[in-house]
Design a binder for this molecule. Sequence first.
Ligand code: HAM
Length: 406
Amino acid sequence: MPGEAHRWQALEHAFESLVQAYGYREIRTPAFEDTDLFVRSSGETSEVVSKQMYSFVDKGGRDITLKPEGTAPAMRAFLEHSLGGQGVVTRLYYFTQIFRYERPSKGRYRQAHQTGLELVGSPSPAADAEVIEITVRFYEALGLKDISVDLNSIGREETRARYREALLTYAEPYLADFDSDFQAQARKNPLRLLDSKIDVLKAAMDQAPSILDYLEDTSKAHFEELKKLLGEAGIAFRVTPKTVRGLDYYTDTVFEVVCGSLGDKALCGGGRYDNLIAQLGGPATPSVGVAMGVERALMAMEAEGLVTDQPGLDAFLVAATESARTTLRGLARDLRAVRVRTGLDLDGKSLRSQMKQADREKARLALILGDDELARGEITLRDLEKGDQVCVALEAAVDAVRSRLG
Ligand code: HAM
């Protein structure tokens, strides 16, 4: 709604100016993609693919899906338009809508928005550190204080295969109490048990084996280096072995930023996805990225008292007599040309109702023109915030307004 849109604009602006300083360039992908893209990338057993996709067959018989996330579309476009190259690092950012058939609740919607980053083509832990650093700097730029970075490594496919088995062995006794559908789902993707919201499982998972004990040496070294780099950048984090993420494309590093005021909902999520581009038919291209929920960032800002009211107009022009209107239309044109946000009555309203309108628009200044002023070639400039007023020459009105506004 118009009353809130300025918050979105401020957030977008904070994000863009930050990521552009790191050399990221914007990518805009279509609202829908082939369904297969998401099935192949996010994984058939992921919650997003198995339960949440808005998929349909179009009139041409194509199976398409409204994008539930931005990474796979960006990588599909990256490949289709040959954005990368051997040894080249590509930095992309986006601002996108996502569609997920979720159970709606505060901070969880069926149509939501994300800002995201994808750093494509670097295997280095320095790339992971860069993405995490930008994420934290973004929340700092918004003014959020009560945030923490949950960091984990889920290793490579071999690690996860061994860990899945260990986790399932551990979880089996607890599964007996659940129905066969639940058990089948858990056996297919036991990692999902780790962030279960069911109390018994939640408690059980606190004692579950840690994936960090199953990492291969290269993953361990990668994780150690990443932690060192984050320390160097002054980024506080905690290692949380239960953070495994809901999408299948991750390798090694995964992370989320959580916020005290959002409870169990994450502000953002991301990680490394070294196999995704190869899975989509491209060359092996190690990459890492993050997506931040816009609604959640705004909710957190609200909870921390950081949202500001929409700024009002800079100036409202008030005609005290009919003959003043032509001059005021000209003045409005001059003010708007220098981007002073200017309001003007269109409907021949009375002086009183124009002043009311200036008030409603939260105008900082009112410029009032009547016959007397017109004859003298002047205009009254009233500062509605401070309550004082002066007469200024009509031809100096634009400068007077700008200097008042600073
Ligand atoms: P994700 O964890 O599925 O990751 O979503 C990232 C963030 O988007 C969440 O932490 C949350 O803030 C927001 N979000 C997701 N679903 C909803 C919803 N239904 N309502 C409101 N907010 C929501 C991804 O999407 C990955 N593509 C992130 C990534 C980028 N990984 C690598 N690069």
